[in-house]
Design a protein around this ligand. Structure first.
Ligand code: MG
Ligand code: ZN
Length: 233
């Protein structure tokens, strides 16, 4: 018996057949219902002149820190609110509240993404007349948040160089859905052996029109560029 598979042999890949994924029709209905509510959210936000930004990315990519830094930069210019999306904890919302922004936690219970219905519930609890900018920190996940638009004006995906060089190729869909990609923790790029320009090229390969901004939330580099890319500065 061989101990190792010869490298020249292709790895066998298991893929679902058409109709094999459970509840595929239910899922289609669900996504359609989500899109409808997202459209309503968008109209509600527009009516009150609120610019909303969906911040997506893996656990540990730096979403909360990026939002903290953006609030610090923009708080004299805009009235800012934040929704912190998480499965069960309030850790990030507690942090964000200290920034002085109005903060609301959205716990999904089990779900690994926010959906438009949960965001609508949160919007109904806010006085939208007193808000100019709303940051929504999505649940740390690179897969399903892409499929669930929330009704925001912009979508940002944050990745960190600590995730290694392949995130855009492994999860292209979230980059295709996003308007802005933030490559964060560039101060660690050398230590991680990651070429930031190559990472940017990979992002552009899967999403040619996306705006890419390189940041270090630690040093503050690039934060103004993110605010400009979002039309907030
Ligand atoms: Mg966070
Ligand atoms: Zn999910």
């Amino acid at each position: 018996m061989r101990e190792h598979t010869a490298l020249s042999e292709k790895i066998e890949v298991i893929v679902p057949e058409e109709g094999e994924v459970f509840d595929i029709e239910l899922e289609e209905d669900l996504l359609e219902a989500n899109r409808r509510i997202a459209e309503e959210n968008k109209q509600l936000l527009e009516k009150h002149g609120v610019r909303a930004i969906d911040v997506m990315g893996s656990v540990g990519s730096g979403k909360t820190t990026l939002i903290e830094k953006l609030i610090a930069l923009l708080k004299d210019k805009h009235r800012i609110a934040v929704f912190g999306g998480d499965v069960t904890t309030t850790i990030d919302a507690e942090r964000l509240r200290k920034s002085g922004a109005k903060t609301l936690q959205i716990n999904t219970g089990k779900e690994c993404h926010l959906d438009a219905n949960l965001v609508r519930k949160a919007l109904n609890k806010m006085d939208l007349n007193n808000i100019d900018v709303l940051f929504i920190e999505n649940v740390g996940n690179l897969i399903c948040p892409a499929e669930f638009p929330l009704g925001t004006d912009s979508r940002v995906v944050v990745i960190s160089v600590t995730e290694g060089p392949y995130t855009p190729l492994k999860h292209p869909y979230i980059f295709m859905e996003a308007d802005v990609a933030v490559i964060n923790k560039i101060d660690l790029a050398e230590a991680m052996g990651v070429d930031v320009d190559e990472l940017e090229a990979k992002i552009r390969k899967v999403s040619p029109d996306i705006v890419v901004v390189k940041t270090s939330c630690k040093t503050g580099e690039g934060i103004e560029k993110v605010a400009k890319a979002l039309g907030l500065l």
